[in-house]
Design a protein around this ligand. Structure first.
Ligand SMILES: Nc1nc2c(ncn2[C@@H]2O[C@H](COP(=O)(O)OP(=O)(O)OP(=O)(O)O)[C@@H](O)[C@H]2O)c(=O)[nH]1
Ligand SMILES: [Mg+2]
Length: 363
């Protein structure tokens, strides 16, 4: 991956240089303050390491490629030793459920949905996809599997957008990231805030709040210092005319700790217009992720943030989570570096990624 180092006296100057060298989709991998040289040793500047995006999500809507991919997948799924994929990627309990579902789903489901099932979509979800896309407005009888897959793709994107509309919140709300310990909340928050401040130039504020446990995430303070963002340790009243974006970082809650969840729910209620995002680590197994999603569903959630996409390419997990929680994925994040990879999740691109990324699972 091509990385370039750019320095300048101000954040704005550095950002302009990054944009002109790498375009608007540039990923800021590292941002740090530097000391000036020579006599004016006290002068400070900024240094950025930037690159083009590396998360390998294909660009949406390339019909020819989709057709080719569907033909390829369908040929391989016909091969006699084609084991159901979900068996290989699900934990034991879920694999058994998969086997039952497999028998039940039989021919009721359309071929495209059965193919998605082979790619790791849970049988109940495949059946739902089958029914949903068959009654999708504008749906006419598809001529072949590729056309059927295209309809599934459109109907899923449409469904995703309807979920997003349902949970749409005020632009200036309080963005609260919650989830299990170590799922990547603080890292994702730092990435998101850096994009807003550095790339979109939105004034922002952050809170590193304690919950049932102390929040020791010093990395948030360091990132705020770098960005010139105020960070507070306690929640206080906010001026009515302060239209800064608000980011709240909280400690993780274990899924076997209902008392901590109750405390979290009460804490989130105190924020004005909370937009609460559940942060899930895509490298965890699907059973665990579904259990986390269920546990945190007691909070009103605005969407999911999926992290660790640098370590896991089975995008079926992401789709299973959307279908199980009925929440859209707001952002996907990959990598430990801040800001690093952090981007809006587009359903068409994630559908193509599902088809493209699981080739090894069919082998
Ligand atoms: N590879 C990879 N590592 C990540 C990613 N996001 C976070 N990490 C790493 O995962 C570890 C935990 O990340 P944090 O952001 O501190 O997680 P957290 O959810 O805030 O943790 P708690 O506040 O303790 O609940 C750190 O070592 C991060 O560098 C990611 O997308 N990819
Ligand atoms: Mg944290």
């Amino acid at each position: 991956m091509e990385e370039i180092k750019i320095s300048g006296g101000t954040r704005e100057e550095v950002l302009e240089k990054v944009r002109s060298e790498l375009g608007p989709d540039a990923v800021i991998r590292q941002l740090r303050k530097t000391s000036g040289n020579g006599v004016r040793f006290w002068a400070t500047g900024y240094e950025v390491i930037a690159s083009r995006p590396a998360i390998t999500i294909p660009e949406p809507d390339l019909q020819a490629r989709l057709n080719r991919r569907v033909a390829q997948l369908s040929r391989r799924s016909m091969e006699p030793d084609g084991e159901p994929l979900a068996k290989t990627i699900l934990p034991a309990g879920l694999a058994a459920r998969f086997a039952q579902g497999q028998q039940r789903s039989g021919e009721e489901t359309i071929a495209a949905a059965r193919l998605l099932e082979k790619l790791g979509i849970l049988p109940s979800h495949a059946r739902w996809i089958s029914g949903h896309s068959s009654s999708f407005p504008g749906h006419t009888k598809p001529r072949d599997l590729a056309e059927e897959m295209q309809i599934v793709r459109e109907s899923l994107a449409d469904y995703w957008h309807s979920l997003a509309r349902r949970v749409e919140r005020a632009e200036v709300g309080t963005r609260v990231l919650i989830g299990a310990p170590g799922s990547g909340k603080t890292t994702a928050l730092c990435k998101w805030m850096t994009d807003e401040v550095f790339i979109r130039r939105r004034p922002s504020r952050a809170w590193r709040l304690d919950g049932h446990l102390p929040n020791t995430a010093r990395m948030l303070d360091l990132q705020c210092e770098l960005l010139g963002v105020r960070v507070d340790r306690v929640w206080g009243k906010i001026d009515g005319d302060d239209d800064s974006l608000r980011f709240v970082d909280l400690p993780g809650v274990q899924t076997d700790d209902p008392a901590a969840l109750t405390a979290l729910i009460a804490q989130v209620r105190q924020f004005p217009k909370p937009q609460t995002y559940l942060v899930l680590n895509m490298a965890y197994d699907l059973g665990l992720l579904l259990a986390q999603a269920k546990f945190f569903s007691k909070l009103p959630l605005s969407g999911l943030i999926i992290t660790h996409v640098d370590e896991e390419k089975r995008w079926s997990k992401c789709w299973n989570l959307v279908l199980a929680t009925q929440l859209p994925v707001a952002y996907i994040a990959g990598g430990q570096q801040i800001p690093g990879e952090f981007r809006h999740a587009a359903p068409e691109a994630l559908f193509d990624a599902l088809l493209a990324s699981e080739q090894d699972l069919l082998d």
